[in-house]
Ligand binder design. Structure first.
Ligand code: F6R
Length: 625
């Protein structure tokens, strides 16, 4: 939700570095984008910003370059916006500056006391040019610059004081004209520092060797991953100062903080499209690899054991999550119940406002980004009530990973498309392994043995689905339907919800998912001969038989039925179309069925020409409540 990239030390390459960084961050928001540069001797920070996607800004910069008028400087920062305060517009785009143009700020998050600050600053003569909460920050810094104690040679104290007055959530980067240093601070929003290889020895907050290379501040690692793999994850309340000499991180008290430089282990190529038309399609096809990574070293089929780096055997489990991750949480809760552990999944935004008693519960936050504000709030609420917490996340060093007692990484590799695909499959797989590890502790050995070989075969089975899917042809048939319905039972209920969410978010078509048995309690009224119903039916047990009953209910109302099935239940007798998956136990069949539904959603949206990787109004990382 809003993306920041800032750098010092890249010389003439600064502007290109920023634009490259923005191109890697626009999954965080794409309402508008802007850059600000300054260099030694400048009186003002030069800002260029435009409403719209990054290409709009690129065009302006290219024209400026052709005219020899591009913004120049060795210190730069840039921002891609997801609007919270004020509509997408040039004026509301970041960076924002003070009245004099000396101070520029980029910000991610929400300043909750911005109205009070704005009133105070306006009364002191500050003129605001945007409707944003962010704009109060440069004006506040300007105000402090005008104070008697301000030393123009060192703006840091004034910036720290301004940051201390902010309430709410923020990651901010501040640039001051003519000052070859950038300042960054974070509170409940991510900010990472990228340091050149020679800076590695500077861990511990010591100054690095002079001119060690460029240093970066960003919302997320992909923004600078092409230039360095060495990262410092800033914590809440920390303040970073980066310049050509290196970097320092200090706490609210101004004392140097002991930080550690971590090395990210994924390749910059992982964040490119690799020949696919969209990141979403690439990420759907990356699922076999993502699941292999997720399972690596965790499943010992010979020994009949799951080995995880977390050791839990809870009395009860509460899951908290949002959106697609909530569907993974529903799936995880079902598997824990099957392992004999009472488990419930909560929408994180509801949990935080009306939390259930935690007692001896393990509270598991499922969040691929590890930065979703609603989920973090719920986890903090649970912790404050004494619960042990576990983050199930894709993002090493994310807030959820750092704040929780334990972490289960899903290891799917970076996901750029706004619609979650491979991270959902990896969440299902990691939670499957976690539930198995608990079953193993409880000596439900049969459960474990039966499921281990299915887990081992899962990546290959997903590959088979991808190789043989007829989803594209099917999507062609149903494109433009007035509504799409998805049904499933047990572990297939969350798959039905996820199938509908995926279709609606990227195609903008109306879609709803239901537990199969619920259709007849109301939604059936919406079913017509124009509304396809996707029914997930696997195996040949009692759940399949019951869902087939529900399929017959819609079939007799002339709705086109698409069965997502391994064929064992013979549901195809009542279906107009089949999306086939390999035979697998229900818990892994749920992953396979979902892959077919991802492909349906993708191809419907593609046929409609939708901006699949950046659906309107959405962002990949939702860091506001
Ligand atoms: C939908 C989607 C969202 C996220 C939700 C939570 O495709 O991606 O519904 O699942 O915003 O995000 P995380 O998992 O980062 O907490």
């Amino acid at each position: 939700m809003c993306g920041i990239i800032a750098c010092v030390g890249r010389g003439d390459d600064t502007l290109d570095t920023l634009v490259h960084g923005l191109s890697k961050l626009d999954y965080r928001g794409y309402d508008s984008a802007g850059v600000a540069l300054t260099g030694s001797g400048d009186d003002t920070v030069e800002v260029v910003k435009r409403q719209g996607q990054l290409d709009a800004l690129r065009r302006v910069l290219e024209t400026a370059r052709a005219d020899g008028a591009e913004p120049r400087g060795t210190v730069g920062m840039a921002h891609t916006r997801w609007s919270t305060h004020g509509a997408p517009s040039d004026a509301n785009a970041h960076p924002h500056t003070d009245c004099t143009g000396r101070v520029a700020v980029v910000h991610n998050g929400i300043i909750e006391n911005y109205q009070a600050l704005r009133d105070e600053l306006a009364a002191n003569g500050h003129e605001f040019r945007s409707e944003t909460d962010t704009e109060v920050i440069p004006h506040l810094i300007e105000e402090l610059f005008d104070g008697p104690e301000y030393d123009p040679a060192d703006p840091e104290p004034a910036i720290r004081e301004a940051v201390a007055r902010l309430e709410g959530s923020f990651a901010v980067v501040v640039s001051v004209a003519g000052v070859e240093t950038l300042f960054g601070a974070r509170q409940d929003n991510p900010l990472v520092l990228g340091t050149s290889p020679r800076d590695a020895g500077s861990a511990g907050g010591e100054r690095s060797e002079p001119r060690a290379g460029a240093t970066y501040l960003a919302s997320d690692v992909p923004a600078f991953r092409a230039f360095t793999d060495r990262v410092v994850y800033l914590e809440n309340g920390e303040f970073a100062r980066i310049d050509a000499e290196g970097w320092t991180v200090t706490g609210t008290d101004g004392e140097v903080v002991q930080t550690s430089v971590e090395t990210v282990d994924w390749d910059p190529e992982d964040t490119g499209k690799s020949g696919y038309d969209h990141f979403m399609l690439k990420e759907i096809h990356e699922q076999p690899r993502a699941l292999r990574q997720c399972l690596q070293g965790r499943v010992d089929e010979m020994g009949g054991r799951v080995t995880l780096d977390v050791d839990v055997d809870p009395e009860r489990v509460q899951f908290v999550a949002c959106g697609t991750s909530y569907h993974a949480a529903l799936y995880g809760a079902e598997l824990f119940r099957q392992a004999g552990v009472p488990a419930q999944a909560f929408l994180a935004s509801e949990y935080a406002t009306s939390p259930p008693p935690v007692d001896d519960a393990l509270v598991i936050g499922v969040t691929q980004s590890g930065e979703t504000a609603d989920t973090l709030s719920a986890l903090r609420e649970a912790r404050s009530r004494g619960a042990r917490t576990l983050a199930c996340t894709n993002t090493v060093g994310s807030t959820a990973a750092r704040e929780c007692d334990d972490v289960l990484y899903i290891r799917s590799g970076p996901e750029i498309g706004v619609a979650a695909t491979k991270t959902f499959a990896a969440q299902q797989t990691a939670l499957n392994a976690l539930a198995l590890s608990v079953a193993q502790e409880r000596r439900r050995a049969g459960d474990v043995r039966d499921s281990l070989s299915a887990l081992r075969e899962l990546p290959g089975d997903v590959q088979a689905v991808l190789d043989e899917s007829n989803a594209e042809a099917l999507a062609e048939e149903f494109v433009g339907a007035p509504s799409y319905f998805f049904i499933g039972r047990g572990v297939h209920f969350p798959v039905a919800l996820e199938g509908a969410l995926k279709l609606k978010e990227i195609s903008y078509g109306h879609a709803e998912g239901f537990a199969s048995g619920e259709l007849k309690h109301g939604p059936l009224a919406l079913v017509t001969d124009e509304t396809p119903v996707f029914a997930v039916v696997t195996g040949d047990g009692p759940l399949a038989t019951k869902t087939i009953g529900n399929v017959k209910e819609v079939e007799s109302r002339d709705a086109p039925v698409v069965a997502v099935t391994d064929g064992r239940s013979k549901v195809e007798r009542y279906a107009d179309h089949v999306l086939e998956i390999p035979e697998a136990p229900p818990r892994t069949a749920a992953v396979l069925a979902n892959v077919q539904l991802q492909l349906v959603a993708y191809h419907v949206a593609d046929r409609l020409g939708r901006p699949i990787d950046k659906p309107r109004n959405l962002a990949k990382s939702v860091t506001v409540e």
